[in-house]
Design a protein around this ligand. Structure first.
Ligand code: ACO
Length: 370
């Protein structure tokens, strides 16, 4: 038995949710470009869960169901209020989502219908958790979700306590679509491994949140924003990146295990970054990003991934940097739950083997002889 480091190129299971074939990303067979251009996030969530786009009445009912499920338990709000200061926002999200299970009477119910209802609640309530946390830590009271708002609009409304602009809602909705699913990425795979033991859906998404947190995965968007802040201006890009490349440091937001010719999601976020930074009167953020891209792609052949331009998009939307990865989780909750439901449908325990490279034929040595 020989191991494939990082499981590169290993096909771990069959799935009908999402494909990446020849660098083209599709949700249920539909190119993500078409979805980013034409769909709403709610239509995409429906598509991921049901395998087909909703008809008008189905979408209306679905939106109502999501809107009506967005409220989180008051006990959880009090818990978040009492969390220590200065902790990692993904640790907050991981703990809060885990706590949701404690208040869900169906948490251990394993029927297909119950798991679907829990997927609705998880997807509807994750934005409410993130917005409540963002306000509570600033000494502000959480804002209750509005049943009639889309998920994107509701999140921005709950976050800021005021009506978001149509431009902000549209940009945020598109970002949610682009992040919704991505085949067997690390967090989705972690979720599938977890639920393949037939544990509950909450345990699956908590594994996923812990996995997304890492800087090699979802945590990269926060790292990109921190880097942009550190660089500070276009003229500082060259010396900063030069030094990082010379020191063989990884430039966050570049490279991808699957895409070698570029991440198809990046072009959307690049365009959004250009438009939003111009509108906000902060074009330098976009100009810095383009300069970084020119250098990293020029010298290393590495292309930006989904996390690179999403950083400047979210900065332009006025979002706190440490909320970027929780925002990724708001979107990816839809993909995680789609994969979890698929895993339950045709389950087999996921239990690979290790290529053992440690010592053999060792013996117990009594304490006084060690
Ligand atoms: N900056 C500089 N060099 C890089 C980068 C980068 N961002 N990414 C890869 N490389 C180099 C590596 O140093 C390595 O070089 P070497 O062969 O000389 O040692 C080579 O390219 C291969 O890199 P690996 O890390 O082995 O590639 P892998 O497929 O394992 O990793 C990953 C992919 C984790 C995305 C990697 O490109 C990376 O760390 N990027 C930065 C973090 C990031 O942006 N993550 C988000 C990914 S998208 C997402 O999860 C939503």
């Amino acid at each position: 038995m020989t191991a494939t480091k990082g499981l590169e190129g290993v096909v771990a299971a069959q799935s009908a949710v999402c494909s990446i074939i020849d660098g083209v990303l599709c949700y249920r067979g539909i190119n993500v470009d078409e979805l980013a251009e034409n769909a709403t996030f709610e239509e995409v969530v429906y598509l991921l869960w049901h395998g087909a786009l909703p008809k008008r009445d189905q979408l209306e009912a679905f939106q109502k169901e999501l809107g009506a499920s967005a409220q989180i338990p008051q006990e959880l709000i009090e818990s978040i209020r009492n969390f220590p200061e200065g902790v990692h926002s993904m640790a907050v999200l991981r703990t809060a989502v885990s706590s949701l299970a404690l208040y869900d009477k169906e948490a251990q119910e394993m029927s297909k219908e119950a798991n679907y209802r829990k997927s609705i609640r998880l997807t509807a309530q994750t934005p409410t958790i993130v917005a409540a946390y963002a306000r509570l830590r600033k000494g502000l009271e959480p804002v209750a979700p509005r049943v009639e708002y889309s998920l994107a609009k509701n999140f921005l409304y709950m976050l800021n306590g005021e009506e978001p602009s149509d431009t902000a809602v549209k940009a945020f909705d598109t970002a949610l679509i682009l992040h919704a699913d991505h085949e067997f990425n690390a967090s989705t795979f972690a979720a599938r491994v977890t639920v393949a033991t037939l544990t509950d859906i909450y345990s699956g998404v908590v594994s996923a949140i812990g996995t997304l947190k890492g800087p090699l995965h979802g945590g990269a968007n926060e790292a990109v924003a921190t880097m942009l802040k550190k660089i500070g201006s276009v003229k500082e890009v060259v010396p900063f990146i030069r030094q990082a490349l010379d020191n063989k440091e990884k430039i966050m937001g570049f490279g991808h295990r699957v895409y070698k010719d570029g991440d198809p999601r990046a072009k959307w976020l690049r365009q959004m970054s250009k438009e939003l930074t111009e509108q906000q009167g902060k074009p330098e953020l976009y100009e810095m990003s383009v300069k970084i891209e020119e250098m990293v792609t020029g010298e290393k052949g590495l292309k930006p991934n989904v996390d690179f331009y999403s950083a400047s998009v979210y900065v332009s939307l006025g979002l706190d940097i440490d909320l970027f990865t929780p925002i990724f989780a708001i979107s990816r909750m839809s993909g995680w739950t789609a994969h979890i439901m698929e895993q339950y449908e045709n389950n087999r325990l996921i239990r690979p083997r290790a290529d053992y490279i440690g010592p053999v034929n060792q013996h117990f040595i009594p304490m006084d002889q060690r």
